[in-house]
Design a protein around this ligand. Structure first.
Ligand code: PXP
Length: 245
């Protein structure tokens, strides 16, 4: 079975910093710690309202960290310009609504096919690996493939909110198999915790999980290093059991 990468989303280190202004805690320090703890990549979402990461955080991440940076961004001209200027390793296009607390739904790659084409094309041309954050649905996966995105990230929020239901898990597994059969690299994320990550990590087609809120929250109790290492352990164990099954 292929290796499963862990992308650590550090947005909420910036959320805590921004609660008081100033520079502490520094998300770039968290990125360095994540690298030392075994993360394979760093994920950061530059939102339109800059509620957590800022433009200068993104520039510093690109300049200062060695791990691949996955920039989450809405499909807007402003974000496209920032992505092209910073040239992160990857960009994950997400839907964004101002009033939402976090990314709530998947991108409507099927419904917004024409408007997304320009974003996927420009990022592809710039050598930025594009992923589309979508629900685990056939029409969204097929739309992502026809848009020429090399990667899809499957939204695990409904699975997490349904307490890891078998039905939602099956939807993720079927979607991952379909996406892989169309030649897409498959990632997943949102709402993953120590308790629910295992069955997702065991889906053999998955290449990467992106996890943030739980890891940063857990770090309050155990430290960031321990929280990331424990997540890695859950992922690796589930992967090994899946391989042996
Ligand atoms: N993947 C995407 C596309 C996201 O928008 C988020 C949240 O920013 C995550 C993964 C990580 O979700 P969580 O913070 O719930 O682990």
């Amino acid at each position: 079975m292929r290796a499963l990468r862990l992308g650590v989303n550090i947005d909420h280190v910036a959320t805590i910093r921004n609660a008081r202004g100033g520079e502490h805690p520094d998300p770039i320090r968290a990125a360095h710690m994540a690298a030392a703890a075994g993360a394979d990549g760093i994920t950061a979402h530059l939102r339109e309202d800059r509620r957590h990461m800022t433009d200068s955080d993104i520039a510093r991440l690109v300049a200062e960290i060695r791990l691949p940076l996955n920039l989450e961004m809405a499909a807007t001209d402003e974000m496209l310009e920032i992505a092209l200027k910073n040239a992160p390793h990857a960009a994950c296009i997400v839907p964004e609504r101002r009033a939402e607390r976090t990314t709530e739904g998947g991108l409507d790659a099927a419904g917004q096919h024409n408007s997304l084409k320009r974003f996927v094309g420009s990022l592809n041309d710039a050598g930025v690996r594009v992923s589309l954050f979508i629900a685990p649905e056939r029409r969204q996966i097929e739309a992502a493939a026809s848009l020429g995105a090399p990667v899809v990230e499957l939204h695990t929020g409904p699975y997490a909110h349904a307490d890891g239901s078998a039905e939602e898990l099956q939807r993720l597994a079927d979607a991952a198999a379909l996406a892989a059969s169309l030649g897409l690299e498959v990632h997943a994320g949102h709402g993953l915790t120590f308790a629910n990550v295992g069955p997702v990590a065991a889906i053999p087609e998955l290449a990467e999980l992106n996890i943030g809120h739980f890891l940063i929250g857990e770090a309050v109790f155990t430290g960031l290093d321990a929280s990331i290492r424990e997540m890695r352990r859950h992922m690796d164990e589930a992967r090994q059991q899946g391989a042996g099954a």
